[in-house]
Design a protein around this ligand. Sequence first.
Ligand SMILES: [Zn+2]
Ligand SMILES: [Zn+2]
Length: 626
Amino acid sequence: MYIIKYKMKKKLFLIILITSLFNISFCSNLFFQWKITDKEKEQLDKEIVELIKTNTELYKKLILNYQSRNEENSEEPILGLSRYTECQKCLKFVHDFKSLKNKYGFPQVITSISSLLSLVGPLISSYLPYDIDTINGLIEKYGYIILENFYSKFMTSYFFCEKADLCPVEKRKNYDNSDIFAKKILETKIEKKKEEPKGKNVLKMLQITDLHIDPLYLEGSSSSCTKPICCRKDSTSSKKEPFSGKYGFETNCDVPWELFDSFLEDVVKKDVDIIIWTGDNAPHDVWNGKQETAYEIAKNLTIKFSNKLNDKNIPIFYSLGNHESYPNDNFRDNEDEKLAKFADIYKDYIGSEGNETFLKGGYYTRKYKDTKLRFISLNCFVCDSFNFNLINSSRTYTKDMFKWLESELKKAEEKKEFVFILNHFPLNADFMLTECAKRFQALFDRYEYIIRGIFSGHTHLDDIEGITGYFNRDKIIHLNFIAPQFTTYSRKLPSYRIYTIDKETMQVIDYEQFRFNLTKSNNEKKPYWETAYKASEFFKVNNLLDYNKIINCENMEGYILNRYSGSKVGESKKDKPESIKDARCVMTTNNFDEYFKCLNPEIGLNLGFVSVITNFLIGPFENFNE
Ligand SMILES: [Zn+2]
Ligand SMILES: [Zn+2]
């Protein structure tokens, strides 16, 4: 996924429309409920008194507030407060809101919005980015999770009335203690220079990411439509668009199984020792996708891999992507059933060594054969800023994963092992929570010497992020390799890459980028996988340890073309200063907060701005280190 911009008019219209629909349906419910009887009112007052009595701190402040007002009141003081202070009015509102919610629940709110949209949909369809079905699907899939989590976290007397500045409650502390965490762990850092790789014996490691296979892809169907993905049987468009090809189409279409089969045929011909597969297998059917389909696609991929490569004995290391769970990006702390299903599908990749932690939290570690190389695979959901479940959760999985990561890195250091990290989101992705990114950066800095490679995907762009020291921002200590996508979605050419690894030091010394010649393959109905570029040649370096030269890339025009996998979009963007600025910001920042500031975009409805909001809503992790 990447930042999507719509036209300004459409943006505003959509925001206003959705907000008003929400308000109309919600307020009408509220209005009918608001007429409460005297008896109910009496009961509410009693409940509010109880509410204050149980909160000593709040009670003390209210008494002070009340006394300072010096108001004469013959009523019982606390009840008096409930009638006369803004805070009490606020608490009462929350109370009423809660009883309203308990009576109607959010599903009804969602249904009201959906039915209103269906009603007015035909009149406003030309202003909407997708058809009504898709928008309703999105509201139904995400609306409940957002409302429920938002409600549980913010509609409490303590939080809401304090935030609204109506209750004189002490300000909550700023729990973002990443700096304290970083300072503490960096005290024990072992300062050791990474040895120069000789490159005499090498390993070849293939990376495939963001496959997004669409089982409903249909050759000869319309490549443009009113849904987020096209090239399906039901894809219809008023425009005369070209029809999809045998292997895919360079627009908002995901890819058919034929493309994956052709990839496997190509891999067989190459000398590969290791495969890393960094997530996202299901199509972009965000509005109506089903969990079962995601399982089926993943299972089918593993079967295809083993049928084709079994006799070659190539170990595969897997890392979960945000399109694995439905609704996409959303995963709760107690979804053990989903994890058990994934653990079963990817059992050969997780191995017995990783099974226990994968079942617990979707992360694992496993060694590469009998070598000093250890893979650590992380679970992206626990740091996903679009995982709305994180708004109101104890985030046990997140805290556990960081604790586990720290202890695994420590163990690896003691055993003198080298580590490769697999993380679907790069540190500065719009989907990566800033607070997580900061902790990753601190850990990657602390274990600089033993971490020999960090591999990601997700952005559907061919990029490199230079990770610097946590405090020493001038020193690049790692490259986060962000490999381009396998799908054609968002107008890209299917890609995969093969890294060259020095066997002695386990340093990444080079990579070769492969790309699918889609036009030629579709025309001739025969697959053509071609070499796009070799990293050392493109960046003009001896090996990929020359971090500064790579990050200060001189040929930005060429970089942009590669960034968009040589697609037509890349060509049109290659001279545009904003494309270069974006690429530079990815190269030089290490969390979304920094990246967004670096980008300094125009205000508008795009994923970047939504990320700013969700990062705020999810907020700092309280007691992260406990
Ligand atoms: Zn993806
Ligand atoms: Zn992704």
